[in-house]
Design a binder for this molecule. Structure first.
Ligand SMILES: [Zn+2]
Length: 74
């Protein structure tokens, strides 16, 4: 049996990473160091403060994405 290289808990046969960690790898490819920043900023807090921080962290990005999704004005 093979263990996931990242979490070392899940079993995986085909890839080095389990399904959940593959997702993390995907985020790392997309967002690079931003992933570490968000994890550091969010996980170093208590549960309630984490929720607040998550809201703050993603609020700006969601707004930016919304703006990018708006059709271009002529
Ligand atoms: Zn894993």
């Amino acid at each position: 049996m093979f263990q996931c290289t990242l979490c070392e808990r899940e079993v995986c046969y085909v890839s080095k990473f389990c399904v959940k960690c593959k997702k993390i790898k995907h985020y790392l490819n997309l967002y690079e160091d931003r992933v570490y920043e968000v994890l550091d900023n969010v996980l170093s807090r208590t549960q309630t403060k984490q929720d607040n921080k998550i809201q703050q962290e993603i609020k700006e990005e969601i707004e930016n994405k919304k703006q990018n999704l708006q059709p271009l004005k002529k």
